[in-house]
Design a protein around this ligand. Structure first.
Ligand SMILES: Nc1ncnc2c1ncn2[C@@H]1O[C@H](COP(=O)(O)OP(=O)(O)OP(=O)(O)O)[C@@H](O)[C@H]1O
Length: 309
């Protein structure tokens, strides 16, 4: 049974100065799901998270977290939320353990050492617990932010651009941790502008652009939409037209006939590429180079925005 943990209704934000960063966002997140909010720079992702966490006041709309009104009943709503911000916001002179324990106490929770130990172990920080934050590497400092956010056992964890600028090892650890948290029933909402990240982690994805939530869909359905790729074959001899008999692939000629382009769905088991190459060879159409490219997030947004216009 799906049970909502977070409900937004008609949430808008116009900043002082008149810029509207969010336009009437409606969104329901269910308990235990991993939701990715995907959008380019400036789309409104941080604004939306900040509103839910009570850091920014919405201009209109209502927000409920675990049934609590996030404005009228701020404290109760906020106690259910853990927020991992984009930027470091810790006292550099404190130790890891003191920092995380302090975050737990802020929410009125007693120092539950076994829980904190588990969090620090999960994040490979236990051995560093007595180090000052300033003595940690950048990646470890990011882990401390996650530990701080988890310190009071929140039901909903927000990760704002969790893997921007982190190395592959930390990214992997982060993904593992997210899956482990989900197994324990934590709801996770992450913002990202990497499709791969949404693909790897999320159950559902919301696409936001220019302050509007353009669509919310199951990951598989969205990936189908976003999974377009291009195969460019650089021909040895330029062609005037796409050869007859290859209609099935809906090819196009670009680069003044030097490049044959095939747009395919990378999520299909049969991409159509082997059979295309076979047909080209049978027609003695030789190519000297071959390149595939993903449609960029930019292209996808343009597509989505145009579709919805
Ligand atoms: N305090 C503020 N005052 C005025 N405008 C703001 C303020 N904070 C954000 N904005 C504007 O609101 C828009 C959305 O910003 P926001 O930080 O929510 O985007 P984002 O999707 O999180 O982007 P990024 O991926 O770059 O973090 C941007 O155009 C930004 O300039």
């Amino acid at each position: 049974m799906t049970e909502p943990i977070l409900t937004l209704s008609g949430v808008s934000k116009t900043y002082k100065g008149g810029f509207t960063a969010l336009h009437g966002v409606d969104l329901t997140i269910n308990k235990g799901e991993i939701f990715a909010l995907l959008g380019p720079n400036g789309a409104g992702k941080t604004t939306l998270i900040s509103i839910i966490c009570g850091i920014v006041t919405p201009s209109t709309g209502t927000i409920h977290v675990g049934g609590h009104d996030a404005i009228a009943d701020y404290k109760a709503a906020r106690s259910l939320i853990g927020l991992v911000p984009q930027e470091l916001s810790v006292d550099m002179f404190e130790t890891v353990l003191a920092t995380v324990t302090f975050s737990r106490r802020l929410f009125g929770r007693s120092g539950h050492s076994a829980y904190i130990e588990q969090v620090l172990r999960d994040l490979s920080l236990w051995d560093k617990r007595n180090n000052k934050i300033m003595e940690l590497s950048g990646g470890m400092k990011r882990r401390v932010l996650i530990a701080k956010a988890l310190a009071h056992e929140p039901e909903v964890l927000f990760l704002d651009e969790p893997t921007a600028g982190v190395d592959v090892a930390l990214r992997r650890d982060m993904w593992k941790l997210v899956h482990r948290l989900r197994e324990r029933g934590t709801t996770i909402i992450l913002t990202t502008h990497y499709i791969e990240e949404a693909e790897e982690m999320a159950d559902r994805v919301g696409v936001i652009n220019k302050g509007r939530l353009l669509l919310v869909d199951q990951k598989e359905a969205l990936m189908q939409k976003l999974g377009k790729r291009e195969l460019d074959l650089t021909l040895v001899d330029a062609l005037d037209a796409v050869p007859a008999g290859l209609e099935r692939w809906q090819l196009s000629l670009v680069n003044e006939g030097h490049t044959l382009r095939y747009v395919f769905d990378a999520t299909n088991e049969d991409t159509g590429i082997p059979s295309l190459l076979h047909e080209l060879s049978a027609r003695h159409i030789a190519f000297k180079d071959l390149e595939t490219s993903k449609s960029s997030l930019e292209d996808i947004f343009v597509d989505l925005v145009e579709e919805r216009a």
